[in-house]
Write a protein that binds this ligand. Structure first.
Ligand code: FE
Ligand code: FE
Ligand code: ZN
Length: 302
């Protein structure tokens, strides 16, 4: 069976979903994730139905199942705090519509940061926001992401995510995105990944695990930092990450890399083609960075 692995790719105003598919294919991905605009702001272009159709035709031709394609909501929308609450709720409702227009069905969302009002109040706010946007007609699944615990982030434990899920009326539309960097930084021991999955299953239920973000981390377990590292070069290391990627219980779950670009002589190169290749082969590439740099340098000179 074909794997389901890909990376974050861009989504530009002029090429939209078609550009995202083309970028994913460059990395030999079998899925991908994108923001419908810049992740740090809420300016969004209208979805072009023609580009969307071309993108879906290309996906069919290349065997990318659109059910495995992910949209990530911008990380500045914070549903946990009263500040800008109405704007953020409205944006989420609109984003759900955009995802539906794009013909994909998973939206990853950071639960939010309570910024002083406390976890209980924060969860209450998140639940009420989700209840405003999700109704019986909602076609997509909203995947709450496990967070690293930076500042006052909510969702740093499976228990907190479960509380959100329990509060939402149409929670058959909710699932979870597990991020390997974030759970490490939140304090989970990814060395014992089977133990982590068992715990996830007990608290939330494995059937709700809909997306996995595959990242190494720059920080030790429990650091509450959230700084992603390239695969094999961080605190988790290649073996542990590859075990997650190849886990038999997760073979139907899309896996998305969000590792940093490689900077070389002021140029930035995407690592994904090479990281995906080594994960797919389950064999660590000692020359990862060199291979990336020489590939893209040559590319550019042609
Ligand atoms: Fe995220
Ligand atoms: Fe993530
Ligand atoms: Zn992160």
């Amino acid at each position: 069976m074909k794997d389901i692995i890909g990376s974050h790719v861009s989504f530009t105003k002029d090429k939209q979903l078609l550009g995202s598919v083309l970028e994913a294919l460059e990395y030999k991905s079998t899925t991908f994730m994108f923001y419908t605009g810049a992740p740090q702001n809420t300016a969004r272009a209208t979805i072009d139905p023609e580009l969307t159709l071309l993108a879906h035709n290309l996906m069919k031709k290349e065997n990318i199942n659109s059910n495995n394609v992910i949209v990530h909501a911008p990380y500045i929308i914070n549903l946990a705090n009263a500040k800008n609450y109405d704007f953020n709720v409205e944006f989420l409702c609109e984003e759900i519509k955009r995802v539906e227009q794009l013909g994909v069905n998973k939206l990853v969302l950071h639960p939010g940061s309570h910024v002083g009002v406390g976890v209980d109040e924060g969860i209450k706010n998140i639940v009420s926001a989700l209840n405003e946007c999700i109704n019986s007609d909602t076609k997509i699944t909203i995947c709450l992401e496990t967070m690293a615990g930076k500042g006052s982030e909510i969702g740093t434990s499976f228990e907190e995510l479960k509380r959100i899920i329990d509060g939402v009326k149409y929670n058959d539309k909710l699932a979870v995105c597990l991020d390997t960097c974030h759970i490490n930084d939140a304090g989970y021991d990814v060395n014992d990944f089977d133990g982590v999955l068992k715990n996830f299953d007990e608290v939330i239920g494995l059937d709700r695990l809909a997306v996995i973000h595959i990242n190494d981390t720059k920080n030790i377990r429990g650091a509450h930092k959230d700084r992603h590292e390239n695969i094999g070069l961080g605190e988790l290391g290649f073996e542990i990450i590859s075990k997650v990627v190849h886990h038999s219980k997760l073979k139907d779950v899309p896996k998305i890399l969000e590792t940093p670009y490689i900077t070389y002589e002021k140029e930035k190169y995407p690592p994904y083609k090479f990281e995906i290749e080594m994960l797919r082969n389950n064999k660590y590439n000692e020359n990862l960075i060199d291979d990336i740099v020489s590939f893209y340098k040559d590319h550019k000179n042609k």
